[in-house]
Design a protein around this ligand. Structure first.
Ligand code: IPM
Ligand code: MG
Length: 361
């Protein structure tokens, strides 16, 4: 297959982890007979430095022209970086939000898995973690509070900020369908998370999710309030298969779920539209404090590339090969600094990339 992949190295550790992921993808292409065409675009701080804006129209066009987009990470230190002196719509994160909207990437898949080899890194008590867990957060990504109208006004000398949270039934239905589809291929359970005891948008969410559930008799649906879900994630994470939720709740819960694995450097994500097109990025941020030091963990980005092979290109064998290489390298005891434990061999970002590429079979 000819695969056209637009890459966004971005900021912080982004360029390093994307470079290692390309290494792994090149190896996959070599073994399985594919041809890769990479093109890099600027986004976030890297784009601000060159163009003064976090995302240009030209970059959006290049992303649209690709079969899929592979991203590293964007953003810098919010207290020290000059990027955060700019108006909010010109800061690095605004570029990512604009790209998600421009590409209509409404479905964000964030798996949170406790790897056997890394079970020791899980911050939960062993009596809880021993059950293991393997969940997927299906987060709505282009609606809700993050895309609603917002403004800050002054009324009678008092400053007032307004954010609006809107969902229409079509937005809810299309993400629910994705959630049920994927649950059907996993363990067949959807936990729909909302705040239906307070919010109208959540009450509509619940109704529409129930309508969709009727089409999936083999998938079990349960509803959970978001505050309870935050608690359940640390109390009994094994209960979850697919968590289906709106934009802001998904943002918060996916960070919590990743922390519960104890190894955020391992967690991939995919953002999909209605077709096969997707943007793939690690769940972690740009870690500016360790950028350029060759200590970052490239595995989350490599696993995001595996999701790309699976979801955008239907290359399941190749995706399996990447995931198997990750397991193999962990089994052999190689670790980057963030997941290092006694008796293992610590390697840098670039060596980890080479090891992963070598283990592709
Ligand atoms: C994420 C990030 C982004 C989001 C920010 C950078 C806008 O936190 O991908 O979870 O909230 O969506
Ligand atoms: Mg987030």
């Amino acid at each position: 297959m000819d695969l056209k992949i637009t890459c966004i190295p971005g900021d912080g550790i982004g360029p390093e982890i994307v470079a290692e992921t390309k290494k792994v993808l090149e190896r996959v292409a070599e073994i399985y007979g594919h041809k890769l065409h990479f093109e890099d675009i600027l986004m976030g701080g890297a784009s601000i430095d060159v163009h003064g804006v976090p995302l240009t129209e030209e970059a959006v066009e290049k992303a649209k022209a690709a079969d899929a987009v592979l991203m590293g990470s964007i953003g810098g230190d919010t207290t020290t970086s000059p990027w955060y002196q700019l108006p909010p719509d010109r800061r690095p994160e605004a570029g990512l939000l604009a790209l998600r909207k421009a590409l209509n990437l409404f479905a964000n898949l964030r798996p949170a898995v406790l790897y056997d080899e890394l079970a020791g890194a899980c911050p939960l008590k062993e009596e809880i973690s021993k059950a293991g867990f393997d969940m997927l957060i299906m987060r709505e990504l282009t609606g809700g509070l993050y895309f609603g109208e917002r403004k800050t006004v002054e009324e009678n000398g008092v400053r007032k900020a307004i954010d609006t949270l809107t969902y229409d039934e079509n937005e809810i239905r299309r993400i629910a369908v994705k959630g049920f589809d994927i649950a059907g291929k996993r363990r067949g359970k959807v936990t729909s998370v909302d705040k239906a005891n307070v919010l109208d948008s959540s009450r509509l969410w619940r109704k529409v999710v129930e309508e969709v559930a009727k089409e999936y008799p083999h998938v079990t649906l349960e509803h959970m309030l978001v505050d309870n879900c935050a608690m359940q994630l640390v109390k009994d994470p094994a209960q979850f298969d697919v968590i289906l939720t709106e934009n802001m709740f998904g943002d918060i819960l996916s960070d919590e779920a990743s922390m519960v694995t104890g190894s955020i450097g391992m967690l991939a994500s995919a953002s999909l539209n209605d077709s096969k097109f997707g943007l793939y990025e690690p769940s972690h941020g740009s870690a500016p404090d360790i950028a350029g030091k060759d200590v970052a963990n490239p595995i989350a980005t490599v696993l995001s590339a595996a999701m790309m092979l699976r979801y955008s290109f239907d290359l399941d064998r190749e995706a399996d090969a990447v995931e198997a290489a990750v397991k193999q390298v962990l089994k052999e005891g190689y670790r980057t600094r963030d997941i290092m434990s006694e008796g293992c061999t610590q390697v840098g970002c670039s060596e980890m990339g080479s090891l992963l590429a070598d283990r592709i079979v």
